[in-house]
Write a protein that binds this ligand. Structure first.
Ligand code: UD2
Length: 342
């Protein structure tokens, strides 16, 4: 009689299959990004539901709830992340956003003598700002002929819009709110996903990318991140729409960089422009112009993400133990020489 091996083979195959499945889910779950451990998002609610994806098999350091930056606060009291070096994995976060085909708009204004800052701004942005992503720069200038000839990367482009000359630097800086509100009202809605509004007298030194994305994003000002709020340079005159009393306020945010989704930035710039106009009708100008109104807006419309002062530092030669990487930094300027009315 010939022995019947079929039941033995069947049981063997079943055992190998079960072992493989168990091994995969128990041992490899620490190392694979499409497992329940990643970002605390469970299999029941996969990345896809949140619009987040990452490459299967992508290797990166295990996420931890116990180890991380201990010298800085990484989340606001309203549970928005505060982005510092060491709080995100560039490879992982890039892989998540790479699959979403996003376009990022960036506004810059260069009027009068500020066109001199364009070359460094644009060249350094090409090296560090959303590298590998689609970027549309929207430049507003009164001298289109002064725009430098820069070689842009693939899927990156510059759009120049000519604007009238202005006599007061205060009108230039505050006028940005109205122009960005118009730009985000219609033109950009179907064209881009996120927008950042940046000062032009600046330069990039390191990565500034998708980790900065959020619905409404503010940058914590490099001068005041370790100050008590009653010493913030908020507008303190109750007659101004930008007024914030000494016992209120979260952070002091920089006017030189903010962003978010097109819809949120439209709301922000439209509101700040309206508040500026109400002040102007009463012959009041907030102490730090658009920055004062931005701070008022963020007090009542909390950013969904805050960027640490790494994302807009004050001086490339100034050092602080908490700033491990200077990503973007103001350029030194002689205000009396460069501004039209000083
Ligand atoms: C701060 C803010 C700035 C704004 C301002 C309001 C930072 C780093 N900067 O910078 O965003 O809120 O306070 O007082 O947080 N500009 C011209 N031509 C001019 C003058 C200004 O194009 O003649 C544009 C240019 O894009 C410049 C921006 O306006 O980056 C702001 O002016 P600023 O840099 O002189 O203002 P500042 O240094 O006081």
């Amino acid at each position: 009689m010939r022995p019947n091996f079929f039941p033995l083979v069947f049981v063997g195959v079943l055992l190998i299959g079960l072992f493989y499945l168990g091994f995969n889910s128990i041992w490899l779950s620490d190392f694979r990004c499409n497992t329940p451990q990643t970002n605390g998002i469970t299999k029941e609610k996969p990345h896809k539901d949140l619009g987040l994806h990452s490459l299967p098999g992508l290797l990166y350091k295990q996420s931890s709830v116990l180890n991380g930056r201990a010298d800085v606060v990484c989340v606001t009291p309203w549970l928005a992340p505060i982005v510092w070096e060491g709080t995100f994995d560039p490879t992982l976060i890039d892989s998540i956003y790479k699959q979403q085909n996003i376009t990022i708009a960036t506004t810059i204004f260069a009027l009068g003598k500020y066109t001199r800052f364009l070359k460094d701004f644009l060249e350094s942005a090409e090296q560090h700002f959303f590298v590998g992503f689609q970027v549309h720069y929207y430049l507003f200038t009164d001298q289109p002929e002064a725009v430098p000839d820069i070689k842009f990367g693939e899927e990156r482009q510059l759009k120049v819009q000519t604007v009238p000359k202005m006599d007061r630097w205060q009108d230039i800086t505050m006028g940005r709110m109205e122009m960005i509100a118009k730009l985000t009202e219609s033109e950009l809605v179907n064209e881009v996903d996120y927008i950042f509004c940046l000062d032009v007298d600046t330069k990039f030194y390191a990565r500034w990318s998708v980790e900065a994305l959020g619905s409404l994003v503010g940058v914590i000002h490099p001068w005041f991140f370790n100050y008590p709020r009653d010493q913030f340079t908020y507008e303190r005159r109750p007659e101004s729409q930008a007024f914030i009393p000494p016992e209120e306020g979260d952070f002091y945010y920089a006017g030189g960089a903010f962003g978010g989704s097109i819809q949120e930035v439209h709301k922000l710039t439209k509101t700040c422009n309206e508040q500026q106009k109400i002040d102007a009708a009463k012959s009041i100008e907030a102490i730090w112009h658009d920055e004062s109104h931005l701070n008022k807006y963020f007090l009542y419309n909390k950013p969904t993400k805050a960027l640490s002062p790494e994302y807009l530092w004050r001086n490339i030669n100034a050092h602080s133990d908490t700033i491990k990487t200077i990503r973007f930094c103001s350029v030194e300027k002689d205000v009396a020489e460069v501004r039209p009315n000083l």
